[in-house]
Design a binder for this molecule. Structure first.
Ligand code: ZN
Length: 460
């Protein structure tokens, strides 16, 4: 086979994955098999026990009496995905659905982004500059998902869904004007304009006339100089928060009250920054890095393990999950243990996880533990060390006829194992193996599948 042909074959199977459907009448898009709800795997890959005949169900067929058939969706999808569905407008337009290439910023197909999909995986589509900027916001944690919603054009539908209980029109009930779009909420509404007028220094024409995507990107990433980055985020967040107060509590803060909230939150953020610098000291250079789980290279299974200790080393538990190189769930376990230090518990987690991977017939396994101490002990511990029993149990497993690499991962990338370890506390003694993920576990797996990253200060 020529290299070119090999290359084409390699890319061919990922092409459908690169297509995202813009649903209008919902008749040309398959609900489970096509990518349409979000920039991620098709819903069929997130579903459990989906009957094979469901494969060709169209999006429009999932509508019942003018609303999503959520009860049906809940039979197969984790709640996190059902929530996404609730936020998506029900198909209504008379126009046909349109495909677009989802990994490049332009909708045109490009060879480069198809290659990126094979080389790096879907999480790369989350490396959007504005998305990164949103995670770097020094503000409260909840501001970050808010910008995720803005960037995915979900605020409108969110508001619309909730507003059904209060109003039938899609108009803005604050100013009584135009349809309530993202752009209206954050920028065009007279309420928003009055606030921005106090906050902005100059260039209002550019500010109000670019498309909403460019607007968010430019100001969030600090590329435009007329407003500094925390002020922009904090103002957007407060506009949204106060609008919700209006919808749910029927209370609308005055422009002046909102500006006071903005200034107070900004002051908090600045003070937190000063504190952080004091604590860290001048000599220690630290960088903000985005940490998230990444699936293993082709042919390698990924085993994440974790230990959990509460009540002063009395109550301990461990857990772990095996996923394949596509990030798909293979097996998981939780176990309730009797006492021990955190390092002991982490190592027991690795032993159980490796045994499970061996029984599963995995030939190449990448072990990810958030215990740097465990990784170090595996390399260095000699007989007589208090943890030598676990160390030699792991070394015996590593010596079998397979390839295993044990590495360290920050907690932020180990959320699924962390969850499984915490579950262990509530279970009867013994190792509990899960062949299918519970709905709660599915939520955490989904979190990783999306490639969601969390900022962390690391030594540079
Ligand atoms: Zn308005």
């Amino acid at each position: 086979m020529s290299n070119l042909w090999r290359g084409i074959l390699r890319i061919l199977h990922v092409l459908p994955k690169g297509i995202m459907w813009n649903v209008k009448n919902g008749m040309g898009t398959r609900f489970w098999e096509d990518v349409w709800l979000q920039d991620g795997p098709p819903l069929g890959e997130l579903a459990e026990n989906l009957p094979p005949e469901a494969a060709n169900v169209k999006v429009v067929e999932m509508v019942l009496n003018g609303n999503w058939n959520l009860d049906y969706a809940r039979l197969y999808l984790p709640e996190a995905v059902v929530m996404q569905l609730q936020l998506h407008p029900v198909p209504h337009a008379s126009e046909a659905d349109t495909p677009c290439w989802r990994l490049s910023s332009s909708v045109r197909f490009t060879v480069l982004s198809a290659y990126e999909l094979t080389a790096e995986g879907e999480e790369e589509s989350w490396q959007h500059p504005a998305w990164k900027a949103a995670w770097k916001v020094d503000g409260p944690q909840r501001v970050k998902p808010f910008f995720w919603l803005v960037l995915h054009n979900r605020l409108l539908s969110n508001a619309e869904r909730r507003w059904r209980h209060f109003a039938t029109a899609d108009g803005c009930t604050v100013c009584g004007g135009r349809p309530e779009t993202n752009s209206h909420v954050l920028r065009e509404c007279s309420y928003a304009r009055a606030v921005w007028a106090e906050v902005l220094s100059d260039e209002p024409d550019v500010f109000f006339n670019t498309s909403i995507d460019h607007w968010v990107m430019h100001y969030l990433s600090g590329q435009r100089k007329i407003i500094d980055s925390p002020l922009f985020e904090v103002t957007c967040w407060n506009l949204w928060k106060n609008r919700n107060n209006w919808v749910f509590e029927k209370q609308l803060a005055s422009t002046q009250q909102l500006l006071n909230q903005v200034r107070a939150l900004r002051r908090q953020i600045e003070q937190a920054g000063v504190m952080a610098r004091k604590v860290l000291g001048a000599g220690l250079a630290r960088n903000m890095e985005l940490i998230g789980w990444k699936r293993s290279l082709s042919g390698w299974f990924c085993l994440n393990t974790d230990g959990s200790v509460t009540g002063g080393q009395v109550i301990t538990a461990a857990g772990g999950v095996i996923r394949n190189d596509e990030g798909r769930f293979v097996k998981a376990f939780s176990t309730n243990l009797v006492g021990g230090s955190i390092t002991h518990t982490e190592m027991v987690g690795i032993v159980i996880g490796l045994q499970l991977a061996w029984e599963e017939g995995c030939q190449k396994v990448l072990v990810q533990t958030d215990s740097a101490m465990a990784v170090q002990l595996l390399q260095e511990a000699t007989p007589g060390h208090p943890h030598y029993v676990q160390v030699s149990a792991i070394r015996d497993l590593l010596a079998r006829e397979w390839e295993v690499h044990v590495g360290h991962i920050f907690r932020e990338g180990n959320v699924v194992a962390d969850y499984l370890a915490s579950v262990g506390h509530a279970l009867p003694a013994g190792v509990h193996v899960f062949k299918n993920p519970s709905s709660m576990l599915s939520n955490w797996l989904y979190f990783d599948t999306l490639g969601i990253q969390t900022p962390r200060l690391v030594n540079s």
